[in-house]
Ligand binder design. Structure first.
Ligand SMILES: *[C@@H]1O[C@H](CO)[C@@H](O)[C@H](O)[C@H]1NC(C)=O
Length: 382
């Protein structure tokens, strides 16, 4: 990817986070044999999505500003009103989840307080005034600090559109552990990549009734997982549903769930895609959506007021030589970025008409016009 200069409008952050494996204190303190250590190294040594950001960056090498025009949206996100900037990696300790959460939270809060470019800050279009962060990862737990920062910024719970094979709203007690102590505030296992949305819900960060999962298909503790999920305010679209309702039906369900201008956080766990197409992830689940289906759904929900996003759980150690997982993640990043830029242009179209309730058709015309101008500008520059 090519990235703009000093000031940012839309930003990409790599989040390199290791998630701790399940190390329970053993009652029998026997030393590990070399064989066991080798086995552990094979299992856990390359586990985690810590190198996800660099893999996605590398896979985005063929995305360039001079050939970045996205025909479905009639614009080039790299040459439109937004300044696209890579903010680098957030340094995260792989040894201490609590400290990692603090590091992520501080980094996310700091980055989300950055200002827009002078031109965008002065714009009469609110969407352009505030920089948008898109994190590439990395461990999915980054969604918690993201939602904390976004709730503080927008002053209300955030609607989450979550694509994943897994719920990630799991109560920590539903992952059976004899040792867990709900009363112990130092219990690090409350914060994992499988229950950060549960934590977010307990903190009032998730818009009840306006959040939705897509692509679910994993095994559960029991029906209680869905009951808990519903109580936290979520709706669910299973991976299978796409066979009945198609991508169009998935898009309709998502759009019906979220009020038009409500702030949305888009969270894409790459394991929503079938492991046959995207094997580079730590918790693969057979029977997922195709990359094309996911992208089609993302394109279909482009009208949402996306104020932040993540593309996570890319684990290059498990990817194949063709880097299909990292490529999928890079494409997803491009599509989300396109939609963010397009949203700004749509709002610009509305503002010009002096009415926020102008029809989407007219807004689309404005987008096309602005996009054409941007394309001409690029042609002039070349
Ligand atoms: C969400 O709303 C439902 C229905 O009003 C309620 O039962 C549930 O407790 C709410 N959940 C949260 C997390 O606020």
């Amino acid at each position: 990817m090519k990235f703009g200069s000093a000031l940012l409008q839309a930003a990409l952050c790599g989040v390199a986070i290791a998630h701790a494996g399940g190390h329970h204190a053993s009652e029998e303190e026997r030393p590990f044999s070399q064989e066991q250590l080798d086995e552990l190294e094979r299992k856990w040594g390359t586990d985690c999505a810590r190198f996800g950001p660099r893999a996605i960056r590398a896979a985005a090498a063929r995305q360039t500003s001079f050939r970045g025009y996205n025909p479905r949206a009639h614009l080039n996100p790299y040459t439109s009103w937004a300044k696209v900037l890579d903010c680098g990696d957030i340094p995260i300790t792989p040894f201490d989840n609590r400290l990692a959460l603090r590091q992520m939270s501080e980094a996310y809060t700091e980055l989300s307080q950055r200002l827009a470019t002078a031109e965008n800050a002065e714009s009469s279009v609110p969407y352009m005034n505030i920089p948008k962060l898109m994190t590439l990862g990395g461990d999915h737990s980054i969604a918690l600090p993201a939602l904390r920062a976004l709730k503080a910024k927008y002053g209300k719970p955030i609607a989450v559109v979550h694509f994943d094979a897994h719920l990630d709203t799991w109560h920590p007690m539903n992952y059976p552990s004899y040792w867990i102590d709900l009363e112990d505030p130092s219990t690090q296992s409350f914060f994992t990549h499988g229950n950060m949305f549960w934590l977010a819900s307990t903190e009032g960060l998730i818009a009840n009734g306006s959040s939705i999962h897509g692509g679910l298909r994993t095994r559960l503790s029991g029906p209680v997982d869905y009951e808990d999920d519903t109580a936290q305010g979520w709706a669910r679209i299973a991976a299978d549903d796409i066979d009945e309702i198609g991508t169009k039906g998935v898009i309709e369900q998502i759009l019906a769930r979220i009020p038009e201008d409500y702030p949305v956080y888009l969270s894409v766990d790459i394991d929503v895609i079938d492991p046959g197409l995207a094997p580079g992830t730590g918790t693969p689940e057979p029977g997922g959506w195709t990359t094309r289906e996911l992208i089609r759904v993302l394109r279909g929900i482009e009208s949402l007021n996306v104020v932040g996003a993540d593309i996570v759980e890319v684990s290059p150690a498990f990817d194949i030589a063709g880097e299909t997982t990292a490529l999928a993640a890079a494409q997803v990043a491009y599509e989300i970025m396109t939609s963010m830029v397009r949203r700004g242009l749509i709002e610009q179209g509305r503002t010009k008409e002096g009415s926020v309730s102008e029809s989407a058709k007219e807004a689309t015309e404005a987008v096309k016009e602005a996009a054409e101008k941007a394309t001409d500008k690029v042609k002039d520059e070349l």
